[in-house]
Design a protein around this ligand. Structure first.
Ligand SMILES: [Zn+2]
Length: 113
């Protein structure tokens, strides 16, 4: 015996991913891949939501171009029919990752000239 076990499980070398030399282990990559694969198709149809709202932005009545998550996904909102509304690009981009309450507060906040 030389001290190394033939059947020992060794992890393969990490994979470099960033320009700064950061790397992910192959297990990290596998976890990311699994997360991506588990993502399912949205449980609603874009056309149904647009039809339900008459094709208008739910915030300003302009023609809708985007779907907005009322409670943003990044803030714990779910990708479900009850959290998705049609929005025009202007409203959707202005609301961004704000909750509806935050967006309204921001809209009503006094502006400095
Ligand atoms: Zn709008």
């Amino acid at each position: 015996m030389t001290g190394t076990r033939r059947n020992s499980r060794r992890l393969p070398p990490p994979i470099s991913v960033g320009a700064d030399g950061s790397s992910l282990s192959r297990l990290d990559v596998a976890a990311l891949y699994q997360r991506t694969r588990r993502r399912r198709a949205a449980p609603y149809r874009r056309a149904d939501i647009f039809a339900r709202w008459g094709g208008a932005c739910c915030y300003c009545d302009a023609p809708a171009e985007h779907l907005d998550h009322v409670q943003p996904l990044s803030r714990g909102g779910r990708d479900v029919l009850s959290n998705v509304v049609p929005a025009c690009a202007t409203c959707n981009l202005a609301k961004a990752a704000l909750t509806l309450a935050e967006w309204i507060a921001d809209y009503e906040a006094p502006r400095n000239p």
